[in-house]
Design a protein around this ligand. Structure first.
Ligand SMILES: *Cc1c(COP(=O)(O)O)cnc(C)c1O
Length: 416
């Protein structure tokens, strides 16, 4: 009989979002009136329409596709030169960062890239993840056979978990042991935290000293307001020798349903081959793209290019500002309810600590029952998220304001 990949059987059955859905359904079935007032602040998906500059570029590209001269069949797997150049130029070179056009790989999403990147690494690396964590990093390592079973708290054997707590500002301490791959995500999902230049520099130094690779997820880069917070890992000297960066148009241009992202693999980045020699990763990722991917559609790449036009930039800036105003409104509301609040300043997520000793799921149920607000329980992102809940700023203004009114008047002392 054909055998399946039994590593998949180790996965904790996609527990978090189905469990949220289940609890919401039980509550709304029993309380049809409250169901009408329900506000979802749990989702990590954008809500506002695509910017006009993007739509116009996509319409134009589709019209081109309807002509013999303008038709585009298979494009370059790595992305059209017009987009790779726009990305390298606008996101990096104009900011003084060295990134060549052919170090940019355009894809259909950062989620896919974060998972697919494991294809070009060996199976015997020691892997570190932040806790709480974006679940994709963990689950793709489980699928690839890099872990043993999960324990009660949901921690998989074989992974190094780096606790991110209020004490360390949700930026993990440099481990005392040696790890080969480390996933860092800043601005962070779920905590909304950012990492300072000095903190990222400490990680780059560690990676250079230990021949490790940093997998840097900068999906929320556009939300950074603080002028001192780095937007790219390549702002740190030496990072081109030890870091891969993932970025996406999902959260800046509202491309969650349109699908376009990119990954930077610098040519200086080398890893050791089985014979002990050092070899660059760039040709491997290039080869993976050519073999397993056929490129993002032409109209979508034209839409992504439009994000860098003067109108596109302005519209994306407005979109990000819109969500950040929601974040401010929600953040103030939770503060006035007397809770400790993190994030929501340089990121669209607000990370809230409940009263001492109250578990995340108890807070979730309390918010659902008393305020008819759906949040995301912190423990769903990892053991270190216990006692916290996440509020997303991706919502209409009306809903964010109404959620804020309800949050501000809650007595969280009753949650216990
Ligand atoms: C939303 C998000 C992404 C982007 O994913 P896409 O597949 O590009 O939509 C990447 N990383 C994190 C942590 C995210 O929250």
């Amino acid at each position: 009989m054909a055998r399946l990949n039994s590593h998949y059987l180790k996965l904790k059955a996609g527990y978090l979002f189905p469990e949220i859905g289940r609890r919401v359904k039980v509550f709304t079935d029993a309380n049809p009136e409250a169901a009408k007032r329900l506000i979802r602040c749990g989702i990590g998906d954008v809500t506002e329409p695509l910017p006009a500059a993007v739509r116009e570029a996509m319409h134009k590209a589709i019209d081109e596709m309807g002509t013999r001269e303008g038709f585009h069949g298979y494009g370059p797997e790595q992305g059209y030169e017009f987009l790779r150049q726009a990305i390298a130029e606008n996101d990096y070179r104009t900011k003084g960062l060295e990134v060549a056009d052919d170090e940019v790989f355009v894809s259909d999403g950062s989620k896919c890239d974060c998972g697919n990147i494991l294809d070009i690494f060996g199976h015997d690396n020691r892997i570190a993840v932040m806790d709480p964590v974006y679940p994709v990093y963990v689950d793709t390592n489980v699928m690839a056979g890099h872990t043993s079973e999960a324990d009660e708290a949901g921690r998989y054997g074989g992974l190094v978990y780096l606790p991110c707590t209020a004490e360390n500002g949700f930026v993990p301490e440099i481990p005392s042991e040696k790890v080969d791959l480390v996933y860092l995500c800043y601005p962070n999902n779920p905590t909304g935290a950012t990492a300072t230049r000095a903190q990222l520099a400490a990680w780059v130094d560690y990676a250079l000293a230990n021949d490790s690779v940093i997998l840097f997820d900068a999906a929320y880069e556009a939300y950074i307001r603080d002028a001192d917070v780095p937007h790219s890992i390549y702002e740190i000297p030496g990072a081109r020798k030890c870091a891969i960066e993932f970025r996406s148009f999902s959260k800046n241009g509202g491309f969650t349903g349109t699908r376009c992202a990119f990954t930077i693999v610098p040519k200086e980045l080398e890893c050791s081959a089985s014979d002990g020699s050092k070899k660059p990763l760039h040709p491997l990722w290039n080869r993976r793209f050519s073999t397993k991917f056929n490129g993002v559609s032409y109209p979508v790449q034209r839409g992504a290019e439009a994000i860098y036009s003067p109108e596109g930039r302005k519209q994306v800036g407005d979109l990000v500002n819109f969500y950040m105003e929601n974040a401010r409104i929600l953040r103030e509301a939770v503060l006035s309810a007397g809770l400790a609040v993190y994030g929501g300043v340089d990121a669209p997520y607000i990370w809230v600590k409940g009263p001492d000793g109250v578990p995340s799921w108890t807070l979730f149920d309390f918010l659902l029952r008393e305020a008819n607000i759906v949040t995301t329980p912190g423990s769903g992102f990892g053991a270190a998220g216990e006692g916290y809940f996440r509020i997303s700023a991706f919502n209409s203004r009306e809903r964010a304001e109404e959620a804020a009114r309800r949050l501000a008047s809650l007595d969280f002392g009753k949650a216990a």
